[in-house]
Write a new protein. Structure first.
Length: 757
């Protein structure tokens, strides 16, 4: 849906539900039909509940069987199990969504779009059997007039078509139309223009159809028709007939493209009305398989991005008829933006052009009273899994739609740079194929995992999986099976490296090791159902102020019937604690929690703090150091931004989950690339630390912070309070080096007493 961007993001307690998970069976199980698929799921998931087939789909990789779940005979609207097979019926993976992700007034809601039948009342053109299909040439713009003219964005928005500084120009394209006795209609097997009158919903209790008041239609104006071929080649840009033709042409073009990828998604023509809605908005309606376009201001269909974007909603609903709950709001909008952006990019690429390809709605987004363009290059967006990603809403200060569209579109650009024009079809195929066999309640990381699976399986000789992985990681969209963290990035000479391995929601049998560069590995062989702490000896040969790589290498298995996977992660630790020229400020200042206003809008918690430096007039030369200590019940709710006196901004921390409530960290220009953004700027002046809380329910405080020039690294300090030491007493203990930890604590205590005497 193309709509005004909301700055609201309701973050509900229910959004913390895990929702989707992927399972990959270890055996050679066969399921050649829905009955065998159901039997497999009953055998391997006996405690889920009763299963009933909802639908099945077929894709390029195989078949998918989507099942409803009942508990005690009661339908669970937000839950599902989906079994995947390959082309030979071999079970390849299972998507399970077994928790409710959207709760209102204590109850799991039902999504009306997929649960309540709806039909369209409309005047339609003659049936295809009443005439013959003919090919005719028409004048259109492709993708939009502004892109064709390479017209810069206006300083102030255009409010009427007369504000546009150039006369319209067109391209000529062939379309397939219905000819009935010499009268031409916008009708073919793929697309049909109608004159919409009303929607009717089926009352779930009475079974009767009743008029829906949820949509405001314009007055009926008749089915679009043309008396001659000549009239099709000179349609005025500002005419209603041109708006209808634009919708028809671009819908048909995109549907033919989908077919060329090997997909047959729609079992009937997509119906549309380019002069349907009284608002400046457009929507796809899944039940009637209809796109209704807004006609106020500049008609929405004058921009191909709007037309293709709305069709994309129809595409994802036909791939996943139960597209609902979880993060499907922002996912649907992000996919639709990608699909529109890919279409325009492909058109411009074939013309040797790349005008503003990182933006969608290049024409329509500059008409009206509020800019409505959306970015395909929002590199600031970060993933907050516990948030509710509804359509058109900001989460973590950035639009959720752009969080999903950006990594997809940037991967497309990189793929085209590597492989040329074939990459368009291959990436678009990958994006479509990845959505098959998900279902209700999916979150962004669920779809990201599916996309990597498809990239590796369907395009093993291409680098698409690596490109996607890198782009997903920039935004935090990949959910690893474990979280590997160290409490001390900067480690004193006598301290061990305290690390923690935390399962991300699922118990797993793990076998592997953790090893620091130059040291012996610490073995792991256990069932991991909660955070486990490990104390890794610091190598004696490590040099003060130099980085060391700390690596975890794990083989893990969630269940005996599932595949064993490999996972590894690495961290960098530096021997020594940074010594800064400025004294540390201890504040113990309260950080405001996010809250909800009376109108339901979220108010993010925000507070800023100043750190003034007056005694150093020199420029920063790769020698900046920063220290921050925050105690917060949920550090992943926070974004922490450092602002220099010159106004440069760097995000130090965003949406990063931690087992500990303490976020205690140093950053230095020498070892943290992000601080290099300040090189050349003056150190003197007022530095600012901005802390924003994006989720309700958790509070905390800024304990202390510090900015200064790094004069060196102290490799003797054993004061573990300088960084957040792990709560070792609550760890599992099996792999913890207790003797070494005890020695370290005793040594630290002796040093502390020695310093007091």
């Amino acid at each position: 849906m193309k709509s005004a961007i909301s700055l609201v993001a309701l973050v509900l307690a229910s959004a913390n539900a895990m929702a989707g998970e992927w399972d990959y069976p270890a055996g050679n199980y066969q399921a050649s039909d829905a009955t065998q698929a159901q039997q497999y799921l009953r055998t391997h998931y006996p405690s889920v509940g009763e299963l009933s087939l909802r639908y099945q789909t077929s894709s390029l990789l195989g078949r998918q069987y989507n099942f409803d779940i009942y508990r005690g005979g009661e339908y669970q609207p937000q839950r599902t199990l989906v079994l995947h097979t390959d082309k030979h019926g071999l079970v390849t993976r299972v998507y399970k969504s077994l928790t409710d992700t959207m709760i209102r007034q204590g109850e799991a809601v039902k999504e009306a779009a997929i649960e309540i039948p709806r039909r369209l009342i409309a005047d339609a053109p003659p049936a295809l059997s009443d005439g013959e299909l003919v090919t005719r040439t028409v004048n259109v713009v492709d993708p939009d007039l502004r892109s064709m003219d390479k017209q810069p964005a206006p300083e102030t928005l255009w409010t009427t078509l007369a504000d546009y500084p150039h006369a319209p120009r067109f391209v000529m394209r062939d379309v397939s139309l219905l000819d009935v006795g010499g009268t031409l209609y916008l009708n073919n097997p793929r697309v049909q223009a109608v004159d919409a009158i009303a929607f009717e919903d089926k009352n779930p209790e009475s079974g009767q159809w009743q008029k829906s008041d949820s949509v405001s239609f314009l007055n009926p104006d008749g089915v679009t028709q043309f008396a001659s071929h000549a009239s099709l080649t000179a349609l005025p840009f500002d005419s209603q007939d041109f708006a209808q033709m634009m919708a028809f042409y671009h819908l048909d073009k995109s549907l033919q493209y989908v077919s060329s990828l090997g997909y047959s998604l729609f079992d009937g023509p997509v119906r549309f009305d380019a002069h349907a809605l009284s608002s400046n908005n457009s929507s796809y309606y899944v039940g009637p398989n209809t796109v209704m376009f807004g006609a106020s201001g500049s008609p929405d269909t004058l921009d191909a991005d709007v037309v293709v974007h709305e069709l994309a909603h129809g595409i994802h609903y036909h791939i996943l008829p139960d597209w609902a709950y979880g993060h499907t709001g922002a996912l649907g909008e992000g996919f639709a933006d990608y699909w529109a952006g890919s279409s325009s990019y492909r058109t411009l690429y074939q013309q040797g052009d790349d005008f503003e390809i990182d933006t969608v709605f290049n024409w329509d987004g500059y008409f009206g009273f509020k800019q409505g363009t959306r970015s395909l290059w929002n590199q600031k967006a970060r993933y907050f899994e516990s948030s509710e990603y509804r359509a058109h809403e900001n989460v973590g200060g950035e639009l959720g739609d752009e969080l999903w569209s950006t990594p997809l579109f940037q991967t497309l650009k990189q793929a085209v740079a590597l492989y040329g024009e074939p990459a368009f079809k291959e990436m678009d195929t990958l994006v479509l194929e990845s959505m098959f066999g998900l279902g209700r309640g999916m979150k962004m990381h669920d779809l990201a995992e599916s996309m990597l699976y498809v990239a590796k399986t369907y395009y093993p000789s291409r680098d698409y999986a690596a490109l996607l992985k890198a782009n997903f990681e920039k935004h935090g969209l990949l959910k690893a099976p474990f979280r590997f963290e160290t409490s001390q990035r900067y480690v004193a000479d006598t301290a061990a490296i305290h690390t923690r391995l935390t399962p991300q929601g699922r118990t797993a049998s793990v076998r592997g090791d953790i090893q620091v560069e130059g040291g012996a590995p610490t073995s792991i062989n256990q069932s991991l159902d909660q955070a486990q702490s490990f104390s890794i000896p610091l190598p004696l040969a490590a040099q003060c102020g130099q980085p060391l790589t700390l690596e975890a290498r794990i083989d893990y298995q969630f269940d005996d019937t599932l595949q064993t996977h490999q996972w590894q992660d690495s961290l960098t630790v530096i021997k020594g604690l940074p010594q800064l020229t400025q004294s540390r400020q201890t504040l113990n200042a309260t950080l405001p929690d996010a809250s909800v206003a009376s109108n339901g809008a979220q108010n993010n918690g925000f507070k800023s703090f100043n750190f003034i430096i007056n005694d150093d007039a020199n420029a920063i030369r790769a020698d900046l150091g920063v220290y921050v200590h925050i105690n917060h019940a949920s550090p992943s709710d926070l974004r922490v931004v450092l602002v220099s006196p010159a106004g440069s901004r760097v995000t130090l921390h965003a949406n990063t989950a931690r087992q500990s409530n303490d976020l205690v960290r140093y950053w230095t220009s020498q070892h943290d690339d992000l601080l290099q953004a300040f090189d050349g700027e003056p150190l003197a002046g007022s530095w600012r630390l901005e802390v924003t809380d994006y989720a309700q329910g958790s509070s905390g405080e800024l304990v202390a912070w510090q900015v200064g020039r790094v004069t060196g690294f102290d490799c003797q300090d054993t004061d573990l309070s300088t960084e957040d030491a792990l709560d070792t007493a609550s760890s599992g203990g099996g792999a913890l080096s207790w003797p070494l930890l005890l020695v370290g604590l005793l040594w630290g205590g002796w040093r502390a007493r020695k310093g007091e005497s």
